[in-house]
Design a protein around this ligand. Sequence first.
Ligand code: AMP
Length: 120
Amino acid sequence: MSYDDDNIFAKILRGEIPCKKVAEDEHTLAFEDINPLRAVHVLVIPKGPYVDWRDFAATASADEQAAFTCMIAHVADLTGIAEGGYRVASNIGRDGGQEVPHLHMHVLGGEPVGPLVARG
Ligand code: AMP
């Protein structure tokens, strides 16, 4: 899948639509999910135009990959969920239920998150 510059996270990165920023560094942005599923629900995205994990793993620099990983732990600390525990999840592609075609990690916590997936 090629990257779509019109996706909503690309617009957030360009400042065309607002977000509630939690943290930011040179390579990564973290902001509150607009439709939170738990008390804490933050999205962590790379600033580069990556559709999904395969794209990111294959083409992002080592610095971008390190920043992305570290930002998740930083967000857990900033939001106070590190001690109680939390879930990090990424929906990829059709079967993964990905709605926004820009790589993102959901960081969920602040209360019990529940089963990873419902039994089908
Ligand atoms: P996914 O289904 O994994 O692609 O998740 C996309 C997530 O983006 C959903 O949890 C949405 O609530 C969230 N979302 C969509 N638009 C916005 C926005 N403008 N600001 C913050 N979060 C958003």
